[in-house]
Structures are given as structure tokens and as C-alpha cells.
Ligand binder design. Structure first.
Ligand code: SF4
Ligand code: FES
Length: 245
């Protein structure tokens, strides 16, 4: 296959960026999307040019490091799929693909397709943990958790912090991410002690980081590669209201 790429190139956070076109020839349908970019980069390096910067780590949909817009859609065209899980067989010979980084004030572009997602870390640092001593692994079984509760906590805990929800939202809101982290701990007994402080601190940290407010558009849920539900945002709002009462 031959794919035409239009890639956002920006050498540094304060430098202006622009789209640059590259022809990706001899692309195998069995390649992953990032392998295709690896091949493009090897050719750029061989020509003495600067390779395209993009983030990745696990390359199996777990770490949340990868992620950019492909033809305007966060993580590309497939539902419940991160960029690193995409394969070139999803595209056709001759396709033109526009690649650009997440666009959000709270996620400044570092280089090309790489953004600084440390705003998420700052939200987690204010409350996305339990500071009570919950013992070792065998102690986990000493507190019985009902199956519906365990599944609810696990559904929320699947958020990988990729930032696609922010990129897809017209307000650049981090409500889906933050609410998933709050909901995960709110339903478990281990999270109970810090429950009220946690939601207040995390919501305030989200606002301080420069993310926009949620206006229930649902774009975040539509692009989330882990299927995090909007009901997490309703839970966060309820938890916040209860904490302030
Ligand atoms: S809620 Fe979904 S889209 Fe947002 S950071 Fe978590 S996994 Fe990514
Ligand atoms: S590289 Fe880890 S989720 Fe894509």
C-alpha cells in the first residue's frame, strides 16, 4: 500500500508548527500504525532528516502513552482502540492521513505529535491514591467486596490516562479522566476514609490545570479506548456535591 501522510511538525514547544507531507511506500497491511511510522522515520534518518516524534511505551493499549489525532479523530477510526493497536489493514491504498497532536491548553505540544500530559499527574497527585495501610496482597482477601462493586471499580480503573477524552472535547475537559479515578476509589472501602477530601482536591486540581468544564457533549466517551462511561462524571458530580454539603 501507499499512504500519504500529512504530519504536524513542531520542533519545540515555543516554535511554530506546520503540516509536512510524507509518502509512505510499500506499507504492509500487517504493520501496526506505529511500525509504519517507525519505517517512515528510518527513511528520514537515512536521509539525514529529523524523525517524527511520537510517544509510545507498551504498544498494547495499556500505558496510555501513545495517542494523537488521525484525520481529526483521537486514536484514529476504530472504537475501543489505541493508536498502538491500530493496523494498516484498516486503511486503503492511496489514503491520505492527517496526524496531529492532542490540541488542549493543558496539554502543551512538546514536539511534533508529543504533548505534555503531566497535568493528569498533578490531578492524581492530589488524591488519586489511598494513604491508609491496606496491608499486603493476602490481606486484600480479608475485606470482602461484592462482585457488582468490584466490577464497577474495575470498569473505572481501566482508564489508562491517554488524554483522548480531553482532545475530543470541545471544552478540553478532563472530566472523564478525573471522574474515572474518583469513581474507582469512591465505591471501595479502601477509598472511604479520604473520599470527601479526595473529590474536592481532584476537582480543584482539574480546574487549576486549565481544563475546561464539562457540558455533557459525550465526545469523550465516544473516543475513549477503554470504554469509560459518562456515568463516572455523574458520580463525580454527586460525590463533589456530597463532599461540600
Ligand atoms: S477516560 Fe478514556 S480517553 Fe480519557 S484518559 Fe482515560 S482511557 Fe483515555
Ligand atoms: S503505547 Fe501504550 S497504550 Fe499505546
Amino acid at each position: 500500500m501507499k499512504i500519504q501522510l500529512r504530519v504536524w511538525r513542531q520542533p519545540a514547544p515555543s516554535s511554530p508548527g506546520r503540516f509536512v507531507e510524507y509518502a509512505a511506500d510499500h506499507v504492509s497491511p500487517d504493520m501496526s500504525f506505529l511500525e509504519m511510522l517507525d519505517v517512515v522515520n528510518e527513511r528520514l534518518i537515512a536521509k539525514g532528516e529529523v524523525p517524527i516524534a511520537f510517544d509510545s511505551d507498551c504498544r498494547e493499549g495499556i500505558c496510555g502513552a501513545c495517542g494523537f489525532l488521525i484525520n481529526g479523530r483521537a486514536h484514529g477510526p476504530d472504537a475501543l482502540t489505541t493508536v498502538c493497536q491500530l493496523h494498516m489493514r484498516r486503511f486503503k491504498d492511496g489514503d491520505v492521513l492527517t496526524l496531529e497532536p492532542w490540541r488542549a491548553k493543558a496539554f502543551p505540544v512538546l514536539k511534533d505529535l508529543v504533548v505534555d500530559r503531566s497535568a493528569f499527574d498533578r490531578i492524581i497527585q492530589t488524591g488519586g491514591y489511598t494513604s491508609v495501610n491496606v496491608g499486603g496482597a493476602p490481606d486484600a482477601n480479608a475485606i470482602l467486596i461484592g462482585k457488582p462493586t468490584a466490577e464497577s471499580a474495575f470498569d473505572s480503573a481501566q482508564c489508562i490516562g491517554c488524554g483522548a477524552c480531553v482532545a475530543a472535547c470541545k471544552n478540553a475537559s478532563a472530566a472523564l479522566f478525573t471522574s474515572a479515578k474518583i469513581s474507582h476509589l469512591a465505591v471501595l472501602p479502601q477509598g472511604e476514609i479520604e473520599r470527601k477530601d479526595r473529590v474536592v482536591r481532584m476537582v480543584e486540581a482539574m480546574d487549576r490545570a486549565g481544563f475546561g468544564g464539562c457540558s455533557n457533549e459525550g465526545e469523550c466517551e465516544a473516543v475513549c479506548p477503554k470504554g469509560i462511561s459518562l456515568t463516572n462524571i455523574a458520580t463525580m458530580n454527586l460525590e463533589y456535591w456530597r463532599a461540600l454539603k
